[in-house]
Design a protein around this ligand. Sequence first.
Ligand code: PLP
Length: 385
Amino acid sequence: MTDEPIPLLDLTLQYRFLAVEIQPQVEALLASGQYIGGAAVRHFEELFSHFLGGGELETIGCNSGTDALVLALRALGIQPGDEVITSAFSFFASAEAIDLVGARPVFVDVDPYTFNLDPALLEAQISPHTKAVIPVHLFGQAANMTEILTIARRHGLAVIEDCAQAVGACWGGKPVGTWGDVGCFSFFPTKNLGAAGDGGAVVTRSPDLARQIRILKEHGQARQYQHDQIGINSRLDALQAVILSVKLPHLREWNWRRQGIAEVYHRLLQGIPSLILPRVAAGGSSVWHQYTVRVAGADPTDPHRRDSLQQHLKDRGIGSRIYYPIPLHRQPVYQKLGYKPGDLPHAETCAAQVLSLPCFPELTLRQQERVAKAIAEIISEEIRA
Ligand SMILES: *Cc1c(COP(=O)(O)O)cnc(C)c1O
Protein backbone atom coordinates (compact mmCIF):
# COMPACT_ATOMS: atom_id res chain seq x y z
CA MET A 1 0.00 0.00 0.00
CA THR A 2 1.36 3.41 -0.93
CA ASP A 3 0.81 6.45 1.25
CA GLU A 4 -1.59 9.24 0.33
CA PRO A 5 0.11 12.21 -1.34
CA ILE A 6 0.87 15.18 0.93
CA PRO A 7 0.14 18.47 -0.82
CA LEU A 8 2.03 21.70 -0.18
CA LEU A 9 -1.33 23.25 0.69
CA ASP A 10 -4.93 22.01 0.68
CA LEU A 11 -7.57 24.75 0.70
CA THR A 12 -10.51 22.31 0.48
CA LEU A 13 -10.10 21.21 4.12
CA GLN A 14 -10.65 24.74 5.43
CA TYR A 15 -13.72 25.18 3.26
CA ARG A 16 -15.16 21.86 4.42
CA PHE A 17 -14.74 23.02 8.02
CA LEU A 18 -16.37 26.42 7.39
CA ALA A 19 -19.00 25.56 4.75
CA VAL A 20 -21.91 25.63 7.20
CA GLU A 21 -20.84 29.09 8.36
CA ILE A 22 -20.00 30.51 4.93
CA GLN A 23 -22.92 29.26 2.83
CA PRO A 24 -25.81 31.10 4.57
CA GLN A 25 -23.76 34.33 4.64
CA VAL A 26 -22.98 34.09 0.93
CA GLU A 27 -26.61 33.30 0.12
CA ALA A 28 -27.80 36.29 2.14
CA LEU A 29 -25.35 38.55 0.33
CA LEU A 30 -26.44 37.22 -3.06
CA ALA A 31 -30.08 37.79 -2.13
CA SER A 32 -29.33 41.33 -0.91
CA GLY A 33 -28.31 42.56 -4.35
CA GLN A 34 -25.58 44.71 -2.75
CA TYR A 35 -22.52 43.34 -4.55
CA ILE A 36 -20.23 46.38 -4.50
CA GLY A 37 -19.37 48.17 -1.28
CA GLY A 38 -22.09 48.48 1.35
CA ALA A 39 -22.44 47.05 4.83
CA ALA A 40 -20.55 43.79 4.18
CA VAL A 41 -17.38 45.62 3.17
CA ARG A 42 -17.66 48.16 6.00
CA HIS A 43 -18.19 45.33 8.47
CA PHE A 44 -15.07 43.51 7.34
CA GLU A 45 -13.02 46.72 7.39
CA GLU A 46 -14.07 47.27 11.02
CA LEU A 47 -13.36 43.66 12.01
CA PHE A 48 -9.94 43.82 10.41
CA SER A 49 -8.99 47.09 12.14
CA HIS A 50 -10.09 45.54 15.42
CA PHE A 51 -8.03 42.41 14.73
CA LEU A 52 -4.94 44.61 14.35
CA GLY A 53 -5.56 46.39 17.63
CA GLY A 54 -8.22 48.95 16.71
CA GLY A 55 -7.82 52.47 18.05
CA GLU A 56 -7.10 55.02 15.34
CA LEU A 57 -6.41 52.33 12.78
CA GLU A 58 -8.49 52.44 9.60
CA THR A 59 -8.78 49.60 7.10
CA ILE A 60 -9.57 50.24 3.45
CA GLY A 61 -10.51 47.15 1.47
CA CYS A 62 -9.21 46.89 -2.10
CA ASN A 63 -8.86 44.40 -4.91
CA SER A 64 -5.50 42.81 -4.11
CA GLY A 65 -2.27 43.05 -2.16
CA THR A 66 -0.60 44.49 -5.25
CA ASP A 67 -3.22 47.25 -5.45
CA ALA A 68 -2.78 47.87 -1.72
CA LEU A 69 0.92 48.61 -2.32
CA VAL A 70 0.18 50.79 -5.36
CA LEU A 71 -2.49 52.74 -3.44
CA ALA A 72 -0.11 53.27 -0.51
CA LEU A 73 2.67 54.53 -2.79
CA ARG A 74 0.28 56.81 -4.69
CA ALA A 75 -1.24 58.21 -1.48
CA LEU A 76 2.25 59.02 -0.19
CA GLY A 77 2.94 60.93 -3.39
CA ILE A 78 5.68 58.61 -4.70
CA GLN A 79 6.25 59.43 -8.37
CA PRO A 80 8.69 59.20 -11.29
CA GLY A 81 12.17 60.27 -10.23
CA ASP A 82 11.73 58.82 -6.74
CA GLU A 83 13.46 55.72 -5.41
CA VAL A 84 11.85 53.18 -3.11
CA ILE A 85 13.88 50.58 -1.23
CA THR A 86 12.63 47.03 -0.76
CA SER A 87 13.92 43.53 -0.12
CA ALA A 88 15.75 41.69 -2.91
CA PHE A 89 14.08 38.42 -1.93
CA SER A 90 10.29 38.60 -2.17
CA PHE A 91 7.31 37.99 -4.39
CA PHE A 92 7.55 40.16 -7.51
CA ALA A 93 4.68 42.48 -6.52
CA SER A 94 6.77 44.12 -3.76
CA ALA A 95 8.93 45.67 -6.51
CA GLU A 96 6.33 45.79 -9.28
CA ALA A 97 4.16 48.21 -7.29
CA ILE A 98 7.10 50.64 -7.17
CA ASP A 99 7.39 50.55 -10.97
CA LEU A 100 3.63 50.89 -11.35
CA VAL A 101 3.80 54.38 -9.82
CA GLY A 102 6.77 55.24 -12.03
CA ALA A 103 9.40 55.14 -9.27
CA ARG A 104 12.61 53.11 -9.23
CA PRO A 105 13.07 50.07 -6.98
CA VAL A 106 16.33 49.76 -5.06
CA PHE A 107 17.06 46.41 -3.47
CA VAL A 108 18.57 45.51 -0.10
CA ASP A 109 20.00 42.09 0.71
CA VAL A 110 18.34 39.78 3.25
CA ASP A 111 19.34 37.82 6.32
CA PRO A 112 19.57 34.26 4.96
CA TYR A 113 18.08 32.74 8.15
CA THR A 114 15.00 34.94 8.53
CA PHE A 115 14.71 35.77 4.80
CA ASN A 116 13.87 39.37 5.71
CA LEU A 117 15.57 42.61 4.72
CA ASP A 118 18.75 43.11 6.76
CA PRO A 119 18.40 46.55 8.44
CA ALA A 120 22.21 46.79 8.78
CA LEU A 121 22.40 47.08 4.98
CA LEU A 122 19.56 49.55 4.58
CA GLU A 123 21.25 52.90 5.16
CA ALA A 124 23.86 52.33 2.44
CA GLN A 125 21.08 52.19 -0.19
CA ILE A 126 19.53 55.54 0.74
CA SER A 127 20.12 58.31 -1.82
CA PRO A 128 18.82 61.89 -2.15
CA HIS A 129 16.03 60.40 -4.34
CA THR A 130 14.85 57.83 -1.79
CA LYS A 131 11.31 58.51 -0.58
CA ALA A 132 10.13 55.28 1.03
CA VAL A 133 11.04 51.81 2.26
CA ILE A 134 8.89 48.72 1.77
CA PRO A 135 9.94 46.06 4.29
CA VAL A 136 8.40 42.68 3.44
CA HIS A 137 7.39 40.34 6.27
CA LEU A 138 8.33 37.30 4.23
CA PHE A 139 6.98 33.79 4.81
CA GLY A 140 4.96 35.07 7.78
CA GLN A 141 7.84 36.47 9.80
CA ALA A 142 7.88 40.05 11.08
CA ALA A 143 10.83 42.11 9.84
CA ASN A 144 12.80 44.16 12.38
CA MET A 145 10.53 47.20 12.45
CA THR A 146 12.40 48.95 15.29
CA GLU A 147 15.60 49.28 13.29
CA ILE A 148 13.90 49.90 9.95
CA LEU A 149 11.76 52.71 11.40
CA THR A 150 14.71 54.31 13.20
CA ILE A 151 16.67 54.50 9.94
CA ALA A 152 13.65 55.59 7.91
CA ARG A 153 12.73 58.38 10.35
CA ARG A 154 16.33 59.60 10.44
CA HIS A 155 16.17 60.11 6.66
CA GLY A 156 12.55 61.28 6.45
CA LEU A 157 11.41 58.20 4.53
CA ALA A 158 7.89 56.82 4.52
CA VAL A 159 7.49 53.16 5.56
CA ILE A 160 5.04 50.89 3.77
CA GLU A 161 4.85 47.39 5.23
CA ASP A 162 4.22 44.52 2.80
CA CYS A 163 2.22 42.26 5.13
CA ALA A 164 0.79 40.06 2.37
CA GLN A 165 2.23 36.89 3.94
CA ALA A 166 2.16 37.87 7.60
CA VAL A 167 -1.33 38.78 8.79
CA GLY A 168 -1.26 38.41 12.59
CA ALA A 169 2.53 38.31 13.00
CA CYS A 170 4.00 40.71 15.54
CA TRP A 171 7.19 42.67 16.03
CA GLY A 172 7.75 43.71 19.64
CA GLY A 173 4.28 42.41 20.49
CA LYS A 174 2.64 44.79 18.01
CA PRO A 175 1.04 43.49 14.79
CA VAL A 176 2.81 44.04 11.49
CA GLY A 177 1.05 46.62 9.41
CA THR A 178 0.64 48.94 12.39
CA TRP A 179 4.32 49.99 12.66
CA GLY A 180 4.82 51.93 9.45
CA ASP A 181 2.83 54.71 7.81
CA VAL A 182 0.78 52.16 5.88
CA GLY A 183 0.33 48.39 6.05
CA CYS A 184 -0.62 46.39 2.94
CA PHE A 185 -2.37 43.03 3.09
CA SER A 186 -3.39 40.41 0.52
CA PHE A 187 -6.30 38.01 0.79
CA PHE A 188 -5.22 35.90 -2.19
CA PRO A 189 -6.66 32.43 -1.50
CA THR A 190 -3.36 30.86 -0.40
CA LYS A 191 -2.47 33.56 2.14
CA ASN A 192 -3.05 32.92 5.86
CA LEU A 193 -6.35 34.80 5.58
CA GLY A 194 -7.57 33.94 2.10
CA ALA A 195 -10.65 34.98 0.15
CA ALA A 196 -12.31 32.88 -2.57
CA GLY A 197 -10.60 35.03 -5.17
CA ASP A 198 -8.61 38.24 -5.07
CA GLY A 199 -8.77 40.73 -2.23
CA GLY A 200 -6.56 43.10 -0.29
CA ALA A 201 -6.50 45.85 2.30
CA VAL A 202 -4.56 48.93 3.26
CA VAL A 203 -4.36 49.96 6.91
CA THR A 204 -3.22 53.28 8.29
CA ARG A 205 -3.52 55.47 11.35
CA SER A 206 -3.39 58.66 9.29
CA PRO A 207 -6.87 60.03 8.47
CA ASP A 208 -5.34 61.99 5.57
CA LEU A 209 -3.76 58.91 3.99
CA ALA A 210 -6.95 56.89 4.57
CA ARG A 211 -9.04 59.56 2.85
CA GLN A 212 -6.63 59.83 -0.08
CA ILE A 213 -6.54 56.02 -0.49
CA ARG A 214 -10.35 55.87 -0.54
CA ILE A 215 -10.38 58.54 -3.25
CA LEU A 216 -7.67 56.85 -5.33
CA LYS A 217 -9.33 53.44 -5.22
CA GLU A 218 -12.55 54.93 -6.61
CA HIS A 219 -11.27 56.53 -9.82
CA GLY A 220 -9.91 59.56 -7.99
CA GLN A 221 -13.33 60.89 -7.10
CA ALA A 222 -13.80 62.70 -3.80
CA ARG A 223 -17.44 63.21 -4.69
CA GLN A 224 -19.40 61.03 -7.09
CA TYR A 225 -18.58 61.83 -10.73
CA GLN A 226 -16.19 64.62 -9.76
CA HIS A 227 -12.65 63.51 -10.59
CA ASP A 228 -9.84 65.58 -9.11
CA GLN A 229 -7.12 63.09 -9.93
CA ILE A 230 -6.50 59.88 -11.86
CA GLY A 231 -7.21 56.93 -9.64
CA ILE A 232 -7.87 53.23 -10.20
CA ASN A 233 -10.79 50.88 -9.71
CA SER A 234 -9.86 48.66 -6.81
CA ARG A 235 -12.59 47.15 -4.68
CA LEU A 236 -12.84 44.42 -2.14
CA ASP A 237 -15.93 42.59 -3.46
CA ALA A 238 -18.81 42.36 -0.99
CA LEU A 239 -18.83 38.59 -1.57
CA GLN A 240 -15.18 38.35 -0.55
CA ALA A 241 -15.80 40.64 2.44
CA VAL A 242 -18.52 38.27 3.66
CA ILE A 243 -16.26 35.24 3.35
CA LEU A 244 -13.34 37.03 5.01
CA SER A 245 -15.58 38.14 7.90
CA VAL A 246 -16.46 34.49 8.56
CA LYS A 247 -12.82 33.45 8.39
CA LEU A 248 -11.20 36.25 10.41
CA PRO A 249 -12.37 34.99 13.85
CA HIS A 250 -10.57 31.69 13.08
CA LEU A 251 -7.31 33.29 12.01
CA ARG A 252 -5.62 33.33 15.42
CA GLU A 253 -6.19 29.62 15.85
CA TRP A 254 -4.97 28.88 12.32
CA ASN A 255 -1.82 30.92 12.97
CA TRP A 256 -1.24 29.07 16.28
CA ARG A 257 -1.52 25.79 14.44
CA ARG A 258 1.02 26.96 11.88
CA GLN A 259 3.33 27.88 14.79
CA GLY A 260 2.87 24.39 16.20
CA ILE A 261 3.66 22.90 12.79
CA ALA A 262 6.87 24.96 12.60
CA GLU A 263 7.93 23.71 16.05
CA VAL A 264 7.40 20.13 14.97
CA TYR A 265 9.42 20.64 11.77
CA HIS A 266 12.23 22.27 13.81
CA ARG A 267 12.37 19.24 16.05
CA LEU A 268 12.08 16.60 13.31
CA LEU A 269 14.48 18.23 10.84
CA GLN A 270 17.16 19.22 13.36
CA GLY A 271 20.61 17.84 12.56
CA ILE A 272 20.01 16.65 9.00
CA PRO A 273 23.29 17.36 7.17
CA SER A 274 23.25 20.34 4.77
CA LEU A 275 19.68 21.25 5.71
CA ILE A 276 19.46 24.81 7.09
CA LEU A 277 16.34 25.55 9.11
CA PRO A 278 14.61 28.95 9.25
CA ARG A 279 15.05 31.12 12.35
CA VAL A 280 12.80 33.65 14.01
CA ALA A 281 14.56 36.87 14.99
CA ALA A 282 14.48 37.83 18.68
CA GLY A 283 11.73 40.41 19.18
CA GLY A 284 9.56 39.07 16.37
CA SER A 285 7.11 36.32 15.67
CA SER A 286 6.14 34.35 12.60
CA VAL A 287 2.75 33.11 11.48
CA TRP A 288 4.56 30.66 9.19
CA HIS A 289 2.90 31.42 5.89
CA GLN A 290 5.64 29.14 4.59
CA TYR A 291 8.02 26.79 6.37
CA THR A 292 11.09 27.26 4.23
CA VAL A 293 14.35 25.33 4.59
CA ARG A 294 17.59 25.76 2.68
CA VAL A 295 19.55 22.94 1.09
CA ALA A 296 23.21 23.89 1.09
CA GLY A 297 25.57 22.70 -1.61
CA ALA A 298 29.29 23.27 -2.16
CA ASP A 299 28.47 26.26 -4.36
CA PRO A 300 25.93 28.57 -2.69
CA THR A 301 24.48 29.65 -6.05
CA ASP A 302 24.02 26.12 -7.42
CA PRO A 303 20.37 25.01 -7.05
CA HIS A 304 21.11 21.39 -8.01
CA ARG A 305 20.92 19.75 -4.56
CA ARG A 306 17.72 21.64 -3.69
CA ASP A 307 16.13 20.75 -7.03
CA SER A 308 17.10 17.12 -6.56
CA LEU A 309 15.52 17.01 -3.07
CA GLN A 310 12.34 18.54 -4.50
CA GLN A 311 12.21 15.93 -7.28
CA HIS A 312 12.71 13.04 -4.84
CA LEU A 313 9.98 14.40 -2.56
CA LYS A 314 7.70 14.64 -5.57
CA ASP A 315 8.46 11.01 -6.44
CA ARG A 316 7.21 10.12 -2.95
CA GLY A 317 4.05 12.18 -3.40
CA ILE A 318 5.19 15.06 -1.19
CA GLY A 319 4.53 18.58 -2.41
CA SER A 320 7.02 21.41 -2.01
CA ARG A 321 7.67 24.68 -3.77
CA ILE A 322 10.46 27.11 -4.53
CA TYR A 323 9.58 30.58 -3.26
CA TYR A 324 11.43 32.24 -5.04
CA PRO A 325 13.82 30.88 -7.67
CA ILE A 326 15.03 34.30 -8.93
CA PRO A 327 15.80 37.22 -6.59
CA LEU A 328 14.19 40.50 -7.62
CA HIS A 329 17.40 42.22 -8.74
CA ARG A 330 18.10 39.31 -11.11
CA GLN A 331 14.68 39.34 -12.78
CA PRO A 332 14.89 39.82 -16.55
CA VAL A 333 12.80 42.99 -16.41
CA TYR A 334 15.25 44.52 -13.91
CA GLN A 335 18.36 44.02 -16.03
CA LYS A 336 17.92 47.70 -16.81
CA LEU A 337 18.78 48.51 -13.19
CA GLY A 338 22.31 47.21 -13.74
CA TYR A 339 22.69 44.73 -10.86
CA LYS A 340 25.33 42.02 -11.40
CA PRO A 341 25.55 38.46 -10.07
CA GLY A 342 26.97 38.57 -6.56
CA ASP A 343 25.69 42.09 -5.82
CA LEU A 344 23.17 40.84 -3.25
CA PRO A 345 24.73 37.50 -2.31
CA HIS A 346 22.31 36.33 0.39
CA ALA A 347 19.26 36.85 -1.82
CA GLU A 348 21.02 34.89 -4.56
CA THR A 349 21.95 32.08 -2.18
CA CYS A 350 18.38 31.91 -0.89
CA ALA A 351 17.01 31.71 -4.44
CA ALA A 352 19.30 28.75 -5.13
CA GLN A 353 18.69 26.93 -1.85
CA VAL A 354 15.16 27.51 -0.55
CA LEU A 355 12.43 24.92 -0.48
CA SER A 356 9.05 25.46 1.17
CA LEU A 357 7.52 22.36 2.76
CA PRO A 358 3.84 21.47 3.28
CA CYS A 359 2.47 23.93 5.85
CA PHE A 360 -1.20 24.63 6.49
CA PRO A 361 -3.32 24.52 9.65
CA GLU A 362 -4.87 21.13 8.87
CA LEU A 363 -1.53 19.36 8.29
CA THR A 364 -1.26 16.40 10.68
CA LEU A 365 1.65 15.29 12.84
CA ARG A 366 1.70 11.98 10.98
CA GLN A 367 2.05 13.83 7.65
CA GLN A 368 4.85 15.98 9.05
CA GLU A 369 6.65 12.85 10.26
CA ARG A 370 6.44 11.40 6.75
CA VAL A 371 7.81 14.62 5.23
CA ALA A 372 10.71 14.71 7.70
CA LYS A 373 11.52 11.01 7.29
CA ALA A 374 11.52 11.36 3.51
CA ILE A 375 13.89 14.33 3.65
CA ALA A 376 16.27 12.53 6.01
CA GLU A 377 16.28 9.43 3.80
CA ILE A 378 16.73 11.31 0.53
CA ILE A 379 19.66 13.33 1.89
CA SER A 380 21.40 10.34 3.47
CA GLU A 381 21.03 8.29 0.28
CA GLU A 382 22.46 11.19 -1.68
CA ILE A 383 25.44 11.45 0.65
CA ARG A 384 26.14 7.69 0.40
CA ALA A 385 25.86 7.73 -3.41
C1 PLP B 1 0.86 37.81 -2.43
C2 PLP B 1 1.85 38.91 -2.26
C3 PLP B 1 1.64 40.19 -2.77
C4 PLP B 1 0.53 40.54 -3.71
O1 PLP B 1 -0.72 40.19 -3.31
P1 PLP B 1 -1.87 39.92 -4.40
O2 PLP B 1 -3.11 39.94 -3.60
O3 PLP B 1 -1.58 38.59 -5.01
O4 PLP B 1 -1.81 41.03 -5.40
C5 PLP B 1 2.56 41.18 -2.46
N1 PLP B 1 3.64 40.91 -1.72
C6 PLP B 1 3.89 39.69 -1.23
C7 PLP B 1 5.10 39.48 -0.38
C8 PLP B 1 3.02 38.64 -1.50
O5 PLP B 1 3.28 37.42 -1.02
